[in-house]
Design a protein around this ligand. Sequence first.
Ligand SMILES: Nc1ncnc2c1ncn2[C@@H]1O[C@H](COP(=O)(O)OP(=O)(O)OP(=O)(O)O)[C@@H](O)[C@H]1O
Ligand SMILES: CC(C)(CO)[C@@H](O)C(=O)[O-]
Ligand code: BAL
Length: 292
Amino acid sequence: MLSTAQHSTHLMQVEHIAELRERVQAWRAAGERIAFVPTMGNLHAGHLSLVRAGRTQADRVVASIFVNPLQFGANEDLDAYPRTLDADRRQLSETGCDLLFLPSVREVYPRGQDTQTRVEVPGISDILCGASRPGHFVGVATVVCKLLNMVQPDVALFGEKDFQQLLVIRRLVEDLAMPVEIIGVPIARESDGLAMSSRNGYLTPEERALAPALYQALKATDEALRAGEPIARAERAGLDALDAAGLRPDYLSVRRTEDLDPAGSEDRALVILAAAYLGRTRLIDNRRVALE
Ligand SMILES: Nc1ncnc2c1ncn2[C@@H]1O[C@H](COP(=O)(O)OP(=O)(O)OP(=O)(O)O)[C@@H](O)[C@H]1O
Ligand SMILES: CC(C)(CO)[C@@H](O)C(=O)[O-]
Ligand code: BAL
């Protein structure tokens, strides 16, 4: 069933691991391949592009919606995080998702989230977003490891918008020898360049008008690098552009694509990653640059 066509399905929903396993095992017994798209809900076109990509890779697509408390810091937006289940279900069904896994916090963390086994991917979890959000990637790695073990898909799809998250997950799957292929899906953007994100909904109309400056700063940094500017100078110009546009940069940094180590002048495969605050909203974005 390797097709990208719009395909409406009857979306099944399960809340418990036992029912999930039963359903997925029946498909597998019939020789079908399974793709998995984990999300935190409040779905937009970026999430749906992951579901569509899943349909090109497998016969069945399973999505999950779980707002994972373990990846939110004490002062972050766990309670405010938008929950729009009816609209999410409709969109998943219209996009050809077969099964929605909607576990409770208790189903995922029966022992309590603070006392259960954790998964830590050292080094790469501590830089960039990990430096600003201590513990965040332990929360992500732990829940993704659990969700992959619950669903046991052949492939799992993650957005390149969360580029550092994607590398953390690739590393965890490799290190723990998990039998699943991880696929990165390109960033879906609004027409003005802003990367789609559930958190864009927090922006006031005035902030929303300023938000594309994050993407513009990445493009300007990209152009500076291609024009042969030294990395430190290109980064400085990108940060200044964010300041000038009224955003409060957390970081803008040019890294090696493969491991997110700081890039040097000899590196060719680069990624510019940035995070910035607009009011109380923290936005992230990135852009890959392949130098000649
Ligand atoms: N604009 C996008 N393009 C491609 N993939 C995306 C995009 N936004 C989110 N995703 C991917 O969708 C999956 C679920 O992400 P999540 O539910 O956190 O959505 P989000 O919009 O990124 O929310 P948040 O605002 O919390 O970052 C992740 O793999 C994420 O990278
Ligand atoms: C991968 C994920 C679903 C884990 O909670 C989350 O971090 C996200 O939505 O990107
Ligand atoms: N989209 C990444 C999940 C998070 O920010 O918590």
